[in-house]
Design a binder for this molecule. Structure first.
Ligand code: DAH
Length: 366
């Protein structure tokens, strides 16, 4: 290595200090131009090499080239350091603290139908049922025929059911279009699509030509279906007793199964819960009275056969309940029509806070 030249050492010390003090990309660029640019200090020194003897030129030329490379490297490093610092500052200022608790929304309310639906899904989901859906516009094969409802059944008559103009091709041939009168057709759709074991619940809208304080032309039901090789009436009873007690939050709520009839189940039952009648109102719990809340039964073998499931191998149970009805009973809402009047005062009174999501761990209604 040639001996260092004092003037170059001084220049290097100056530039190094300047680079270290540069606070941003502009300052770095200014130093680069002043040192290495066309008229920069280092470049100007290069130009003086021509006047030297060949020996001197070799020594000084090597020193100048080394200086040029060192300054370029220092500029580069400082510039990268500044970019990192700028990124760190941005990350710090733009960071989001995901550990912050959510701020409850004070304005909107959850409608009692949505809340009740979530409660039912939380309870039955915990028992092992998955949510299934089907279309609101059905045809009479899915809605009636496949469910073993005979052609002359009153539910099929014009004045109870919203028929739509037109027919379509259905698994049982041409079928009239209809707004589903219950969620039971989703039993058929599920069994035709998938093989047992099946465990589904179907919350959804249903439609009937009916309107008074306890009937609305559009209302909601939840259907349940469990099919397996050994599913029996004991499972049906255990499951629905558990559901009624969890939903009403009464551990020893009396639950009664009363023999009944549905074309799609055999045997069939209606489920009553214990209550007391005080004036015109019900108080759910122990008492000397009973209140019907849902229908159920063992799936009729004919229904299984209609869906291509072998009734000699599979059996199971089904149930159906009205969502508004159980909401009215639990929350003391006297008139069904008010559910659909969109009256904000009603919603503020009967509605639920946005974050009051039902769950079995936090309680159904925190
Ligand atoms: N679909 C019936 C109705 O709308 C309710 C029902 C009763 C559904 C018994 C069922 C059942 O699955 O097994 O009134």
């Amino acid at each position: 290595m040639p001996p260092p030249a004092a003037d170059l050492e001084r220049l290097k010390a100056e530039l190094t200090a300047e680079i270290a003090a540069a606070g941003d990309a502009d300052a770095i660029e200014k130093i680069r131009v002043a040192a290495l640019g066309r008229k920069g200090t280092v470049t100007e020194l290069m130009k003086t090499l021509g006047a030297l003897s060949p020996d001197e030129r070799r020594v000084r030329g090597a020193l100048l080239n080394a200086l040029k490379d060192e300054i370029a490297a220092l500029l580069e490093a400082r510039s990268a350091g500044l970019a990192d610092r700028a990124l760190d500052a941005r990350l710090a200022s733009e960071s989001v603290d995901v550990t912050l608790p959510p701020r409850p929304e004070r304005i909107g309310r959850i409608h009692p139908v949505s809340q009740t639906m979530d409660e039912v899904i939380a309870i039955l989901g915990d028992i092992g049922f998955a949510v299934a859906e089907g279309p609101d516009i059905e045809d009479d094969w899915y809605n009636f025929t496949a469910l073993n409802i005979p052609p002359d059944h009153p539910a099929r008559q014009e004045h109870d059911t919203f028929y739509l103009p037109g027919e379509r091709e259905s698994p049982g041939g041409r079928a009239r279009m209809v707004l589903r009168t219950h969620t039971s057709p989703v039993q058929i759709r599920t069994m035709m699509r998938a093989k047992p074991p099946l465990r589904i619940i179907v919350p959804g809208r249903t439609y009937r030509c009916d309107s008074d304080a306890t009937h609305s032309p559009m209302f909601h039901q939840v259907e349940g279906l469990a099919i397996d090789e050994t599913t029996h009436m004991g499972h049906l009873k255990g499951c629905l007793i558990e559901f009624c007690r969890a939903y009403f939050g009464i551990e020893d709520l009396p639950v009664r199964f009363r023999a009944s009839y549905f074309p799609f189940t055999e045997p069939s039952a209606e489920v009553d819960i214990g209550c007391t009648r005080v004036g015109g109102e019900f108080r759910i719990g122990h008492g000397d009275d009973w209140l019907e809340i849902l229908g159920c039964g063992m799936v009729n073998p004919r229904v299984l056969k209609n869906c291509g499931i072998d009734p000699a191998r599979y059996q199971g149970f089904a149930f159906g309940l009205g969502l508004e009805r159980i909401a009215m009973l639990k929350y003391g809402i006297p008139d069904l029509r008010t559910f659909y009047e969109s009256d904000l005062r009603w919603l503020r009174h009967y509605g639920f806070a946005a974050l009051a999501q039902p769950g079995l761990t936090g309680g159904l209604n925190p």
